[in-house]
Write a protein that binds this ligand. Sequence first.
Ligand SMILES: Cc1ncc(COP(=O)(O)O)c(C=O)c1O
Length: 467
Amino acid sequence: MAPHPPARSEQLNLDSQIGHRLQLRQLDAPQIPRHRLCEQGLPGDLAYQLVHDHLMLDGNARLNLATFVGTWMEPEARRLMEECADKNMIDKDEYPQTAELEERCLRILADLWHAPDPAAAVGTSTTGSSEGCMLGGLVLKWRWRQRRLAAGLEASRPNLVMGANTQICWDKFCAYFDVEPRLVPLEAGRLQLNAAEAIQRCDANTIGVVGIVGSTFDGSYEPIDAISSALDALQERTGLNIEIHVDAASGGFVAPFNSPDWAWDFRLPRVVSINTSGHKYGGVLPGVGWVLWRNGEVLPQELRFNVNYLGGEMPTIGMNFSRPGAQVVGQYFNFLHLGREGYCQRMASLEAIACHMADNLAAMAPLQLVSHPRGQLPVFALELDPAITTWTVFHLSDLLRSRGWQVPAYTLPANQEHRAVLRIVVRAGFSHDMADQLLADIERNLAWLSTVAAPLPPAPSDGNFRH
Ligand SMILES: Cc1ncc(COP(=O)(O)O)c(C=O)c1O
């Protein structure tokens, strides 16, 4: 039997190197409890060494194909962000120049997403898309309640219609703000929301429909235009006017460049708000997000907290008060540095790398594509031929992890939870060359797995999944 790992002591072990460096300075080695504040601290350089060494076992961010969140920025952007590390975004009167950059970013996004009048759109930077989604959902709820109360109707049972593939932040929104989630389950050939299924679940208590560009699970874009048309038809039939919030956490920075003719944004009058993560395909390190409403009229007065900086009225809408200003500056750097052409090139190149990987992996039996990144996010999911019963995608994920690659395996949401997939997210900083190295590692591991004759014990990363 394998020996148990030794129990971790409650004290940090200051190894001989740090002990020696303390001795040289004629300092006693302090007792550093793991879970309580130490009485006597360590000198800065030694504290740095200790924390630095502790972090060495973290995964390599650049080899992390699990996350949508940025892991690479130009050195100049990092320099600017370091220069702004001490700026609090909320202190707009102290840092009016940073506040002005936030405002410029909002106008640029309003223009990118075809707000009828970009100068009239209102919005805010956030800590990420989750906060943007909370705010978008809250405004939908507020507006629905105002309409109901104005008509003399009760407004106590709001619901929100969305696919079961929505990100966890929407479950949180519904729990925090007491809204019934109406989740459309997935089907074998449909891993996202569609218009017909959405409409079936809408009624007088529906505060809105959430459409995703693109889905966290497989990178696909939901048909926002078709959902919008179906809601138009529903309104004609029943008088129900149901608004759309687009969760474009990833796609808000991809669709405008790889699908410019597709109307998913404020070109659709029914879309009242859109969120995105600057720290995903916006190309900024974590954490910055954005949420925008098509114009000031859709944002209820009660949810704005006006302040008069910069000589004008500025609504503050975010949930958190203090927030780092550096990421907003990083976002503006990207807008300035890349421009439309740069973003187009970046997205085209990421799409080409993702397609190259997807096509090659599709040819590697027994892997099968669940989605293809062409014209979607540069993200795709894969599953195993169901004939394979000796190992799972969790085994492959763990084998790749031993080389440093982080390619997560997970089960699909409601109605398709019996299917386990691997997901690959291609982001800035992941080159063609790295893609080829990963393909070679996958091929090598598949060759080994093909020799496995009897079912392997569950992989360590395998939570609940069984054949
Ligand atoms: C579609 C979608 N919405 C919301 C979120 C939450 O975004 P954030 O991590 O920026 O809070 C994610 C994160 O992956 C997402 O994919």
